[in-house]
Design a protein around this ligand. Structure first.
Ligand code: GSH
Length: 150
């Protein structure tokens, strides 16, 4: 049963892109540390002391990376849940893989245009909008598939 499930290309695709997105979020964690260290701006007295920096909560560069990270948290965990539930609705492997791929690409681009190389809008809006649309689409599909059984 588990072997059949894991042999499904849509499931494999979900696993791969879920892991990619988890790793991407860790990359933002490291980026936050890199910006903090390079600007010597920290959130805790003990960190500031050990790096000869200062405690500051309104550094624009640090806050930008933190906002990008928070935005990931507002969107990627929902993908992990909705994507897994969506797989149970029996989508074609092609459609599921395309949606997962677009979602991951959108979130990676969101990080780049928000926290790495800030670009003018609508770059971030689009990079946010496509994955959001995919999450909503998958959520609707799940509800549509199972609501009739209630
Ligand atoms: N929590 C978000 C909700 C709306 C949203 O996620 N907007 C996207 C596209 S403009 C975004 O990148 N917001 C920037 C952010 O979350 O810091 C916000 O405060 O902006």
């Amino acid at each position: 049963m588990v072997t059949i499930l894991l042999g499904d290309p849509a499931v494999q695709s979900y696993i791969v892109y879920s892991a990619v997105l988890g790793m991407k979020m860790f990359a933002v964690t490291f980026l936050t540390t890199k910006v903090r260290v390079s600007k010597k701006v920290f959130a805790n007295e003990e960190d500031a002391k050990s790096a000869k920096g200062k405690v500051k909560f309104d550094d624009q560069d640090v806050e930008r990376v933190r906002r990008a990270h928070l935005n990931d948290l507002e969107n990627i965990p929902a993908f992990w849940v909705l994507g897994a539930l969506y797989l149970t609705t029996g989508p074609s492997a092609f459609l599921a893989t395309t949606l997962f791929r677009l979602f991951a690409a959108g979130r990676i681009i969101h990080t780049i245009v928000y926290a790495v190389t800030p670009l003018p809008q609508p770059a971030r809006g689009l990079a946010f909008g496509v994955p959001m649309f995919i999450n909503i689409y998958m959520g609707f599909k799940v509800i549509q598939t199972y609501a009739s059984a209630l």
